[in-house]
Design a protein around this ligand. Structure first.
Ligand code: 13P
Length: 253
């Protein structure tokens, strides 16, 4: 059975004190049975959060594929592993867009994460013009094909997929349950073609993009939506608490 996951991507927000406080609050939350919770703090606070966390897992928002060397400003998967980091975001649209990360580079990051036993959360999703011209299913499948499908079946089993339509990120405009489910079904069936039905059924595919207490319940109730990658609402303890609560996950299921 695939894992149900709620993950908070704090992006480049919070002071150190605020991050410590939010981390404490998240660890005290009433988490619904069987739900795995991850937080992805800014890199500077990852160790603090890791040391403070008992109930939730801590990931990094980024890492460099080489283990060490002359890469000024970068942090490697190997270094993250030593710091106790359990997961890493790879392919977030903000990194693809602002830092020009290509599908080929993301492939290298995925390989490095897996070598060091860090769980990759591979993000994919289309921009608005692709949604509007109707080619969004092919667009997202291509992102998977070019960065992920070189993995062996054993390696692929370690990864989590997060579908984040760019037009829904930070815009308050969320995908409808029909739009989310349509894409999640397409992702799962493409995984099935590549790795077989059993692996596809066991892969967690999260939704991200303006997910909040008002819409999470219906999104998480979609058969192929296995949880959420949450930006804005993960910075507010009261909202994130709702997303990880048993109520959000059970009433509609
Ligand atoms: P928002 O929830 O703020 O739209 O951000 C989603 C996201 O980018 C998570 O990685």
């Amino acid at each position: 059975m695939r894992s149900k996951i709620v993950a908070g991507n704090w992006k480049m927000n919070l002071s150190q004190i605020q991050a410590q406080e939010l981390c404490r609050e998240v660890n005290r939350m009433n988490i619904g049975p069987g739900i795995e919770v991850y937080i992805f703090p800014p890199m500077l606070y990852v160790s603090d959060c890791r040391n403070q966390s008992t109930a939730v897992k801590v990931g990094a928002q980024n890492a460099y594929p080489e283990d060490n060397g002359a890469y000024t400003g970068e942090v490697s998967m190997w270094q993250l592993k030593e710091a106790g980091v359990e997961a890493v975001l790879i392919g977030h649209s903000e990194r693809r867009e602002y830092f020009r990360e290509s599908n080929e580079f993301l492939k290298q990051k995925l390989d490095a994460a897996l070598v060091h036993g860090i769980k990759p959360f591979f993000c994919c999703g289309e921009p608005l013009e692709i949604r509007e011209n109707g080619t969004f299913l092919d667009y997202v499948k291509k992102q998977l094909e070019e960065s992920v499908f070189h993995l062996s079946a054993e390696a692929f089993k370690q990864i989590v997929i997060a579908y984040e339509p760019i037009w829904a990120i930070g815009t308050g405009r969320t995908a409808s349950t029909e739009q989310a489910e349509e894409m999640h079904v397409a992702i799962r069936s493409r995984i099935s073609e590549q790795y077989g039905k059993e692996i596809a059924e066991n892969t967690s595919v999260l939704y991200g993009g303006s997910c909040n207490p008002g819409n999470a319940q219906s999104l998480f109730a979609c058969e192929n939506v296995d949880g959420g990658l949450i930006g804005g609402a993960s910075l507010k303890a009261s909202e994130f608490a709702v997303l990880v609560s048993e109520e959000t996950w059970t009433i509609l299921n």
